[in-house]
Structure formats: structure tokens, C-alpha cells
Ligand binder design. Sequence first.
Ligand code: MTE
Length: 324
Amino acid sequence: MLFKRSPSWAIPESAVTPESVYLNRRKFMAGTLASAAALALPGVLKAEGANIPGETLPFTAMPEFSTNEDKAPYEAVTSYNNFYEFGTGKGDPARYADAMSVDPWSIAVEGECAKTGTYALEDLLSPGDYQERIYRLRCVEAWSMVIPWVGVPLADVLKRLEPTSKAKYVYFETLHDPDQMRGQRSMFSVIDWPYREGLRMDEAMNELSFLAVGLYGKTLPNQNGAPARLVIPWKYGFKSIKSIVRIRFMEGRPKTSWEMIAPEEYGFYANVNPEVDHPRWSQKRERRLPSGLLSPNWIETEKFNGYGEQVAGLYKGMDLSRYY
Ligand code: MTE
């Protein structure tokens, strides 16, 4: 299978240290500059958010959906990405995703629901309801970051589309536009475009499932999946599909991109689980970014990425080593 050649995000973390060294240096520099500036000018830290590009979004902080763990700096969240539509290197999305135009943006709604049709993104969202949730994002490659997202509960959007009783799954697709997405023009791509993901309906309706439109209080940068992407914090990052243009309610389980590429390595469920290793590497630990050669920052991976209280019930009686 083509995929046996391994895409770059499927390599062991030891192979991506140059980026982590880079990130660490950036963090160090940012920290030094910030503390120097703070010493010189006491008000400066308040202005930090103002230096983050993007439109400021109104939101309500949600302490019950947050964590006190150190957040990854904005620089790290927006420069170390997986978004194969723009290339397989971690820096490619930040370098090339500006070629994607995200305004206007529409989403096609299809399948088992009363409100099928094509919607302007803003008609699916109500900015007055935006929340901030600070979630851990755990990539299947064994790195993780803590990211402050802004968005709406996915359930709120899906409920308004009135799924029928036949809707057992919900499927999502990313934009397919090779003119704007250079990775889709590549002859070496392992993905059969568009990028596809899906959830069981009860997973999609879980209170943790989130449709993000921003991070760090501002609209999403393109490399993070502008203008709207999923954030499913108890699953490996590849389930958190970016730049969504299609939502389809389905009776049967949809085919999803990584499962299509290598079903023995990437399952439909993809719940974070230290007890079930990837066939080619361990999932027991993860590198919390930013990190570096001298401070690799390995931590223990928690089952369901630490969100078991909210989601373990979804999988009662299921053999998670079989349904990985
Ligand atoms: N969505 C699309 N359309 N294309 C992708 O390549 N990569 C996934 C996920 N969503 C991906 C995607 C993977 S592997 C991860 S870890 C997360 O996006 C990374 O999100 P981030 O770059 O915002 O941290």
C-alpha cells in the first residue's frame, strides 16, 4: 500500500526534533522579549492579544471545558501544523495556506436531516453564543498541545439541521480546490481528496465536540482550518477535520481518509488510548509542545486524552483494541 512509505506526520517524534528545537527557541525568544517588555512597560502584557492577527471574536470563557495546563504559545499553535492540503511538512500549512480564500464560505448539508441545503457559514453560527474552551489536542504522532479555541458546541449546529431518526453517523468533508491547495496538486499525495472524517451521532452530540472558528480569541488562521473546523479532544487529532464544506447525515458508517489509507493503522474511532499502540510506535507517552532536545517534555498519555469522565460511557462494552 502506498501509505507504507509513511507520510511525514506518521514518523516517530525523534525525527521531527528540528521543528521542536525551533519552537523551543521561538518560545524562549518570545518569553525573553515578553518579560523584558513587561519589565519596561507594565501594561504591555494586556496588549499581547492585540498583536495576534485576525478578527477579535466575542466569547464566554467555559472553565468547565478548560484546563490550567500551560497553553502552547500562539506561535507554536500556528506554525507546527498538519494540513496535508498544503503539504506534508509541519511548516507547509503556515507557509502556503494563505492561498485559500475563506470569505465567503458555504457548507452543504445533505442526507438524513430535515434542513438540507447550502448555507453561508454565518447562517449556521450565532456569534453571540461563542465559547472559549481550552482543550488538549493529542496527535496520533505522539505530540500534543493545549489550545484555547473559540467556537460553538457541534451539537448546537447539528440539532438545528434536524437530523432524522435514521441519522446514525455524521460525515464531514474539507474543501477540495487544487487551485488554492497546493498539496492537492501533488502527484505524491497519499490522500484521495477531499479529506473526509466522520463521527457516530452520539459522539458528535457529546458536550465536548466543538466546531471552532477561532483560537486565542481571534478568527482561525488558515493553517488551523479556517473558517471552521472540528475539535474532538478525546480523539487523535486527525479526526478534527479542518476547513469544512460538507456535512452529511448518514445511516451507515462513512469512509474516512486515514482509515481508507491504512485501516490496520488508523481506525474510525481513533480514541486516544495509551493501551493500544500504533502498529509502528507506542502511544503510551506524548511530547507536549513546545519542547526541545534538552527538554523533550514527554508526559504520560491519558486514556481518552483525559476526558474519560465525559466520554467513556459512549464506548461501554466495546473492545477498544478492536475498535481502535
Ligand atoms: N484536516 C484536514 N483537512 N487535513 C489534514 O491534513 N490533519 C489532521 C487534523 N485535521 C488534517 C486535518 C491532523 S493529523 C491533526 S493532528 C490536526 O488537524 C492538527 O490541527 P492543528 O494543525 O490545528 O494543530
